[in-house]
Design a protein around this ligand. Structure first.
Ligand code: GLN
Length: 537
């Protein structure tokens, strides 16, 4: 039977519950256990697919086409294992299930209530993955902070589950903050005491406290936290600010978080994991022999989380190439006047980000024209490919006013248009072309060489697609479709003949990049940027 670890957060949000969960999972995985992580989000949206990235960061897409929280990206990047729809549950989804059951008469005669109906559904979801893959351990991260009104049903469900399963089958890890008061030169434990009290009010005594801190926590502080919070001193774990998120598994190893967890769950401890591959990756990441400067042109740049997976894919690919990749976010709207060249001319490569809507499109198109003509490495993702096709149609095919249907549905040349099966769809949630689809590559293309294979599968999230009516003309003029979906013939990848590296993809390669498997297209792009830099400076 799978054992459970629940991870809650206290004091503030953004303490890195996702990274702590992923790091713990990694250590347990390295010890030979089969581990997965799921995220419970207390908001009422059924999934984050309809949320603006400013609200919630990137929307991460799984193989099976679920639009999920970005923490699932961390889980996959650390564990090198796919997650699925079942790994992300929201309050919206819980209520939707309960309300659907009520409508179909499942509770006939009964008043439907938060306790027991909503909490039962949370408990059912919490254990759903037990049946799927013989997991030894399931880690459940509960979004939000202890004390939030909207987290209460989750904490109540957790209390009940712990009662039902017993304390050696389910443990609670609470991530909390130990703030440092500069004026007093002191670390303060009071907020942690309060947040544990908050949990106690819901009937949950945490087994382990992981303490985020800017400075090392002394033995004395550990003893104090232990005394006030009723947690063993060796279960008070320091989580000091790290240089990179990829340091955290090793920091947790040093703190013996994995050993403490295994002992509490009455599982065999065994040898300490060597973490060989992980350490090798970190060694390369921290000792680069080269550097490249890449521009990330998008419209949500104020928030790094909006392009989380892209940034991380550059970290993986950079480490692999022993090359530091400096990513400069550039606002596409800032590229809409004549001075745009100054912002991109010194870059070693340009990535045009995915996105939705009209804002900033012309800036992206300006940048693409410049890098196309000046042979600067280009990588377009989803909307990035679509903009490349619009630019090429306007400036090379001379189709004046060529446009994407997303921007102008009345344009004469809709070189990017609604996919036929999207036309009838009215509902916005979960209705894009989502998840993994196959793609056949053209021999000798940059992409085929990067993948080392002609058959690939990548994840998607879009409504619009390259209009096949224009593909013959695009190809004749040099913009070649080198990746095609074998079933419906949709264009998945285009490359520009005669350009050292001009690759646009309709899918999201960044979602499949992991520490152990950096994405081939990111590695090839970083390499192209390096070559460009060497040739030019
Ligand atoms: N807005 C575009 C579409 O829906 C691109 C989507 C994306 O970049 N993910 O097709």
């Amino acid at each position: 039977m799978a054992k459970h670890i629940f991870v809650t957060g206290g004091v503030t949000s953004s303490l890195g519950k996702g990274i702590i969960s992923a790091s713990l999972a990694k250590l347990l995985q390295e010890r030979g256990l089969n581990v997965t992580i799921q995220k419970f989000d207390p908001y009422i949206n059924v999934d984050p697919g309809t949320l603006n990235p400013y609200e919630h960061g990137e929307c991460y897409v799984t193989e099976d086409g679920a639009e999920t929280d970005l923490d699932l990206g961390h889980y996959e990047r650390f564990l090198n294992k796919h997650t699925s729809q079942a790994n992300n549950v929201t309050t919206g989804r819980i209520y939707q299930t309960v309300i659907n059951k009520e409508r179909s008469g499942d509770y006939l005669g009964k008043t439907v209530q938060v306790i027991p109906h909503i909490t039962d559904e949370i408990k059912r979801r919490a254990r759903l993955l037990e049946a799927s893959d013989n997991y030894d351990i399931i880690i459940t991260e509960i979004g939000g902070t202890a004390g939030d009104i909207e987290s209460l049903p989750y904490l109540e469900a957790l209390r009940q589950l712990r009662q039902e399963m017993g304390s050696t089958n389910l443990i609670c890890l609470h991530l909390t903050l130990i703030p440092y008061l500069r004026a007093a030169k002191e670390l303060k434990t009071k907020p942690t005491q309060h947040s544990v009290k908050e949990l106690l009010q819901t009937g949950i005594q945490p087994d382990i406290l992981v303490c985020r801190t800017e400075h090392p926590i002394t033995d004395e502080i550990r003893a104090k936290i232990s005394r006030f919070c009723n947690v063993n001193k060796n279960s008070v774990i320091e989580a000091i600010d790290a240089e990179t998120i990829y340091d955290v598994p090793l920091l947790m190893l040093k703190e013996k978080l994995d050993v403490i967890v295994l002992r509490k769950l009455k599982l065999k401890v065994g040898e300490e994991p060597e973490m060989k591959a992980w350490k090798k990756f970190l060694g390369r990441l921290k000792n680069p022999t080269n550097v490249v400067n890449v521009g990330l042109i998008g419209k949500y740049n104020e928030l790094q989380d909006a392009y989380k997976s892209i940034y991380e894919a550059f970290v993986h690919a950079g480490a692999h190439n022993e090359c530091k990749v400096n990513v400069t976010p550039i606002h596409s709207q800032d590229l809409e006047d004549d001075r745009f060249i100054q912002k991109i001319e010194n870059l070693d490569g340009v990535l045009i980000a995915p996105g939705f809507g009209e804002r900033g499109i012309e800036g992206k198109i300006n940048a693409i024209k410049y890098v196309r003509e000046n042979k600067i490495p280009f990588f377009g993702i989803c909307l990035g490919l679509q903009c490349a096709v619009v630019e090429f149609s306007r400036n090379v095919l001379k189709l004046k006013n060529a446009q994407s249907e997303e921007v102008n549905e009345n344009a004469k040349h809709k070189v990017v248009h609604f996919m036929p099966d999207q036309l009838q769809i009215e509902q916005k949630g979960g209705t894009m072309r989502l998840g993994a689809f196959d793609c056949k590559l053209k021999k000798n293309s940059i992409s085929a060489k990067a993948y080392g294979s002609l058959d690939i599968s990548e994840r998607h999230r879009h409504r619009y697609e390259i209009n096949n009516e224009y593909v013959a003309d695009l190809r004749k003029a040099g913009l070649i479709p080198v990746g095609i979906n074998p079933e419906n013939k949709l264009v998945e990848i285009m490359e520009l003949k005669g350009h050292p590296h001009f690759v646009g993809v309709q899918f999201h390669p960044e979602l499949k990049s992991t520490v152990e498997n950096p994405h081939p297209l990111f590695m090839a792009f970083v390499d192209a940027c390096l070559q460009y830099r060497k040739g030019n400076r």
